[in-house]
Design a protein around this ligand. Structure first.
Ligand code: ADP
Ligand code: TYD
Length: 215
């Protein structure tokens, strides 16, 4: 099973992913968490390029192609092999992020993006996409609480993030068969319960065959 998490920056994706991973592992499910951009040597180099605040002049098409290149590498090297051996894969962002940020946010043509997504995901469509929705003001408030530097993507203004959030809402409405939209302003434990409920309905029993036969 392949689960992706989406949402604007600081929507709580990493928090929910670690809660979900813990629960899955307690039940004996072999679980792998990846984050985008990154997760392979090549993809981490691309991540450094994408987030370096000194590259203020990066062209939106270059930006999109770099995110896609990082994704293609991650799918081929890590996600696909893990799914093939029966591992449950959780991704912190996937191609919907590019549709939301580079399509709706930067204004690239959605049709153009679709063709590249098709190339970059190599057939690995998520079975479930959890979209944690928070208002942009909440994202900015959470960011203000965080210590550390602002990366290049985070330099975008409020109008950009509003387009991204609205984009996510449209993407989720158009792909309801795989999307679960959750209000990310609720308490963490309540959100985790909702996620657990839907993941539970889709899970097959853990594969314990590697633990040896019955004696
Ligand atoms: P993301 O991975 O989407 O950037 P994080 O999980 O790192 O988000 O969370 C961003 C910040 O918001 C963190 O400081 C985290 O503690 C806080 N946070 C996460 N979930 C909630 C929630 N449900 N309510 C309030 N704050 C939250
Ligand atoms: P990251 O530090 O991983 O942020 P987050 O914790 O919010 O996921 O930085 C990734 C940034 O890149 C984030 O601002 C979202 C952006 N992004 C895109 O614009 N397009 C994409 O396709 C992806 C995967 C991320």
């Amino acid at each position: 099973m392949f689960i992706t998490f989406e949402g604007i920056d600081f929507s709580g994706k990493s928090t929910q992913i670690s809660l979900l991973r813990q629960r899955l592992e307690e039940m004996g499910h072999d679980t792998l968490v990846v984050r985008e951009p990154g997760g392979t040597v090549i993809s981490e180099h691309i991540r450094a390029l994408l987030l370096d605040p000194s590259f203020v002049h990066m062209d939106p098409v270059s930006e999109f192609l770099l995110f896609s290149a990082s994704r293609s590498q991650l799918v081929r090297e890590v996600i696909r092999p893990a799914l093939n051996r029966g591992t449950l894969v959780i991704a912190d962002r996937f191609f919907d992020s590019s549709t939301a940020y580079q399509g709706y946010g930067r204004g690239l043509e959605l049709e153009d993006l679709l063709r590249v997504h098709h190339l970059a995901i190599h057939g690995s469509m998520p079975d479930l996409t959890i979209f944690l929705d928070i208002p942009v003001a909440e994202s900015f408030a959470r960011r203000a609480q965080r210590a550390g530097d602002i990366d290049r993507m985070e330099r975008a203004d409020e109008a950009f993030y509003n387009r991204v959030r609205d984009g996510y809402l449209q993407i989720a409405a158009a792909a309801q068969e795989r999307f679960l939209l959750l209000d990310g302003e609720r308490p963490q434990e309540d959100i985790a319960e909702d996620i657990w409920e839907i993941v539970g309905t889709k899970l097959s029993p853990p594969d314990n065959s590697h633990e040896g036969g019955t004696t």
